[in-house]
Design a protein around this ligand. Structure first.
Ligand code: URA
Length: 255
C-alpha cells in the first residue's frame, strides 16, 4: 500500500496508472514484469562488468599536465582541478563548470549526462526542468537533495546540448572516478542512455540496460539504470517504468 504522501508524490510527478504497478511489490519482480521491455534473465546476482575510464588519452596527456598539482583524492583539490581543467575544448565555451551538488556522504549517487543551459549558467547539475522532475521523483521515494550526490559524465556543457564525444567523456572520467572513490556511495543511479552506456561501456539500448542490476567494477557498488528525466518530460507515459526502477532503488538502499 502506498501512503497518502507517496500517492501525493506520484500524482505530483504525473504518474496516473500507478495502481497497476502496485500489483508487484517485491523486487526485482517490478523490473521483470515490465511488459514494455524485452524479457531479461533472472536478476539473481548479476555481475555486469562496468568500466569507469580513468586514463587520459595520449593526445590529452600534455594538457592534463596542468592538473598534476591537484590531489584528486582530496575533495577541495578535486573541485579546483575541475575548475582548472582544459583537457578538452568544452572548457573553452562553457559558462561555468558543473562539478556536482549534494551530500558527499550520501548513500546514493546519481549520474546524468552533461550540464544543459540552466546548469551551465548556475554551475549546478539538474537545476532546469529535468532537474525539477528528478527532485520530485526522489521525493516520491522519500529522498531529498541532501540524501544524494548528483553529478554528470561531463562537467562542461556541450554546445547546443549535443551528445558528449568519447574524448570528452574520457577527459572528464578522472573526475568522476575521483568523485565515486571519495563518496563511496552504496548505490549509483545512472540516468539516461548516455550516462548508462558510458559507465557500462555497453551500447545496448537503455530499455535493456535498465532491466538489469549492474555492479561498478573494482568497487562492487550496485548500479541501476533508469530513464533520463528530460526523456520523461517528452514521454510522460514512461514514468510508470521509472516508478518501478525507483522501488528497486529504494529496496537496494534499504538492504
Ligand atoms: N541533464 C543532465 O544529464 N544533467 C544535468 O545536469 C541537466 C540535464
Amino acid at each position: 500500500m502506498l501512503s497518502p504522501r507517496q500517492q501525493h508524490c506520484l500524482d505530483h510527478i504525473g504518474i496516473t496508472r500507478w495502481t497497476r504497478a502496485e500489483t508487484n511489490t517485491t523486487l526485482p519482480e517490478p523490473l521483470l514484469s515490465d511488459k514494455a521491455v524485452s524479457p531479461q534473465p533472472q536478476l539473481a546476482e548479476p555481475r555486469i562488468e562496468v568500466f569507469i575510464p580513468v586514463s587520459v588519452q595520449p593526445a590529452l596527456a600534455e594538457k592534463a599536465d596542468n592538473l598534476k598539482n591537484y590531489d584528486l583524492d582530496h575533495w577541495p583539490d578535486l573541485q579546483l582541478a575541475i575548475e582548472a581543467c582544459t583537457n578538452c575544448e568544452l572548457s573553452q565555451n562553457c559558462t561555468r563548470k558543473v562539478a556536482g551538488k549534494g551530500n558527499t556522504q550520501a548513500e546514493l549517487m546519481i549520474i546524468g549526462e552533461a550540464p544543459g543551459q540552466d546548469e551551465d549558467l548556475q554551475g549546478l547539475p539538474f537545476v532546469g526542468r529535468a532537474g525539477q522532475l528528478l527532485d520530485r521523483i526522489l521525493q516520491a521515494i522519500g529522498l531529498n537533495t541532501q540524501d544524494v550526490f548528483i553529478t554528470n559524465i561531463l562537467k562542461c556543457r556541450p554546445p547546443n546540448n549535443r551528445d558528449p564525444k568519447l574524448h570528452e567523456a574520457d577527459a572528464c572520467a578522472q573526475f568522476l572516478s575521483a568523485q565515486i572513490k571519495f563518496i563511496q556511495p552504496k548505490v549509483i543511479l545512472s540516468v539516461g542512455r548516455i550516462s548508462a552506456q558510458t559507465l557500462l561501456k555497453d551500447h545496448s539500448p537503455l530499455g535493456q540496460l535498465r532491466t538489469r542490476q549492474h555492479v561498478l567494477t573494482d568497487t562492487n557498488i550496485p548500479l541501476l539504470v533508469t530513464y533520463h528525466p528530460a526523456y520523461l518530460l517528452r514521454n510522460p507515459t514512461q514514468k510508470v517504468k521509472v516508478w518501478h526502477d525507483m522501488k528497486n532503488l529504494k529496496l537496494l538502499l534499504s538492504e
